[in-house]
Design a protein around this ligand. Structure first.
Ligand code: SF4
Length: 170
């Protein structure tokens, strides 16, 4: 089972291009200034629990030719790493070319050996740090967060390969 709070079809701020974005429920970090505080609680009243297989079906129905890929945000999607892994394994089986971004409060070094990582193309890592907030940064909220090319980083035995995407225009 996987607990999610919603899916939007038309985001251009959660990764490159037009993206389907799904928000997974729950994060233990409580960063001051969190952009989605309603997605922090883990309790059963929040979000919707669904079987991984059903979730994949739902996502596949929403993905169109217009989408550059899918993004998992939250909350922290890696708090449900095993379920997310099962979802991504199925998704990538159906659509091997699907570009997958995941936002997490973990640092890459903490999660690089997790099985789910082999299905992720780009990881935006680290918690939001209000003192490092920078509205000019593309696809992330604070300057400690990195946009990481996961396949390249894993191939380099975990040496982080960052993607430099410049500054987002206002
Ligand atoms: S890690 Fe992200 S989702 Fe979790 S509390 Fe911090 S900003 Fe919010």
């Amino acid at each position: 089972m996987i607990r999610y709070a919603g899916v939007i079809s038309d985001s251009v701020v959660d990764g490159t291009g037009l993206r389907l974005v799904t928000f997974l429920q729950g994060c233990p970090r409580h960063c001051p200034g969190c952009h989605n505080p309603e997605l922090i609680p883990f309790d059963q009243q929040k979000g919707l629990e669904i079987e991984e297989k059903e979730f994949v079906r739902l996502l596949l129905k929403r993905i169109t030719q217009e989408h550059s890929g899918i993004t998992f945000s939250g909350g922290d999607p890696l708090m449900q790493a095993d379920s997310l892994c099962a979802v991504l394994e199925r998704l990538k089986k159906k659509k091997p070319e699907l570009n997958v971004w995941v936002y997490t409060g973990y640092n890459f070094e903490e999660v690089r050996d997790w099985p789910v990582m082999k299905y992720i193309d780009v990881l935006v890592d680290g918690p939001f740090v209000e003192q490092k907030k920078d509205l000019g940064l593309a696809f992330r909220g604070s300057s400690n967060q990195r946009i990481i090319d996961v396949p390249k980083s894993l191939a380099q035995k975990g040496r982080v390969v960052e993607i430099k995407l410049g500054v987002q225009s206002a």
